[in-house]
Write a protein that binds this ligand. Structure first.
Ligand code: NAD
Ligand code: GLY
Length: 368
């Protein structure tokens, strides 16, 4: 049996959404500590949703801790991968909910990265028109971004995250210990979403990341704890002001319009989501520069930290026509017009349109 250190909570960030407010708990040893799971609404059943990679690593620990609070703890293990973020895999969660007699008080626990989190959350949003769920993110990307804010859903072959629902979790538990087993490529992908918060909201945080990027890649626990905490604070503040993306929340999609086109254009799962976002941010910064909003030095600074995080700074050569076509299938699009998140000035973002010719120019500069 593996030795485990006592649980230590290093930070707690509250996301303020009135009656649906919840805490993001960040620390070590949290997963297997029954105390972590106290205070949730009383229900007889828990359903752990995980995948074939994360399940064998962490489901046993979580199930044992949950048994202190639930009469029955069931687990459904999904196939791993972005290419399984689809209807047939979602159906397996509904199958497990029904086969185990789960009722409206059942709590689903999403144990895994953003793919498991988005799918388990969407299943929870739909099952019996909505059951509660808890996010237990095990990738850096999920801890700094996807587990927070209640966006849930699946992909459609024609577009990323196109089918989904807003459904806030009851709690988010970020156990930093789980990051020890994360492959290096996935760690880099997570850094992309952390870096994102700098240009859109907090240049001081970007400076901190520049100074600590090697420590983060080396999985320094204190550095990871701060990166997760600061990212969650910024995301909590944005979501607290604009839960349903009437306006402000769109800034969290900096780099995503280009990034989603890369993911869909290459086929889901070829590039990691974080890799596509890293490259997409460089494209977004270049577009901001072409629009006269930021200078060349800003683009170079962003490209430099993206590269130092181990992420691509040039996109695949899909062809400008294909990029433009893919980017039109974007949730920010209005009346067929693609809208981009741009950096208005370092630390502040906005949503704007840009002429196709300018976007083509950016793509020519940023793909190979
Ligand atoms: P992922 O869920 O595919 O996880 C990455 C890989 O790491 C997978 O193979 C997974 O099995 C494995 N893994 C997970 N935890 C591990 C661990 N502790 N040790 C070893 N391996 C582990 O990818 P991701 O980067 O976490 O999430 C990307 C997804 O999140 C995308 O689908 C993206 O659209 C979505 N997303 C959603 C939001 C949101 O607001 N809902 C925000 C950003 C991204
Ligand atoms: N990751 C984008 C959002 O949560 O709005």
């Amino acid at each position: 049996m593996a030795f485990s250190f006592p649980a230590r909570e290093s930070a707690r960030v509250t996301i303020e959404l009135g009656a649906r407010s919840y805490d993001i708990v960040i620390g070590t040893g949290l997963l297997g500590d029954p105390h972590t799971w106290s205070g949730l609404p009383v229900g007889a059943t828990a359903l752990v949703v995980t995948n074939t990679t994360v399940g064998p690593l962490y489901a046993g620990r979580l199930e044992a801790a949950l048994r202190a609070h639930f009469k029955a703890v069931h687990t459904v293990v999904l196939p791993d991968g972005e290419d399984h973020k689809d209807w047939p895999t979602l159906q397996r969660i509904f199958d497990a909910l029904l086969a185990n007699g789960c009722d409206r008080k059942t709590i689903a626990f999403a144990l895994g990265g953003g793919v498991v989190g988005d799918m388990a959350g969407f299943a929870a949003a739909c099952y019996m028109r909505g059951v509660p769920f808890v996010q237990v993110p095990t990738t850096l990307l999920a801890q700094v971004d996807s587990s927070v804010g209640g966006k849930t859903g699946i992909n459609h072959p024609l577009g990323k995250n196109m089918i989904g629902a807003f459904h806030q979790p009851l709690r988010v538990v970020c156990d930093l210990d789980t990051l020890d087993t994360l492959p290096p490529r996935e760690l880099s992908a997570g850094l992309a979403e952390a870096i994102k918060y700098g240009p859109i909201a907090d240049m001081e945080f970007l400076g901190w990341l520049e100074g600590r990027i090697d420590a983060l890649l080396g999985r320094d626990r204190e550095a990871l704890a701060y990166a997760v905490r600061r990212s969650c604070e910024i995301k909590a503040s944005v979501v607290g002001h604009d839960e349903r993306e009437a306006g402000l929340r769109a800034i969290l999609n900096f780099g995503h319009t280009f990034g989603h086109a890369i993911e869909a254009g290459l086929g889901f799962g070829q590039w990691l989501h974080g890799e596509a976002v890293g490259c997409g941010m460089v494209m977004g910064a270049r577009l901001s520069q072409r629009l006269g909003l930021v200078d060349e030095a800003f683009v170079a600074r962003l490209a430099s930290i993206v590269a130092r995080a181990g992420l691509p700074t040039s996109g695949p050569a899909l062809g400008a026509d294909r990029y433009l076509e893919l980017m039109r299938v974007d949730k920010k699009a209005e009346a067929g017009q693609t809208r981009f998140v741009v950096i208005d000035e370092p630390g502040r973002a906005a949503v704007r349109t840009a002429p196709d010719a300018m976007v083509r120019d950016v793509l020519a500069a940023c793909t190979r």
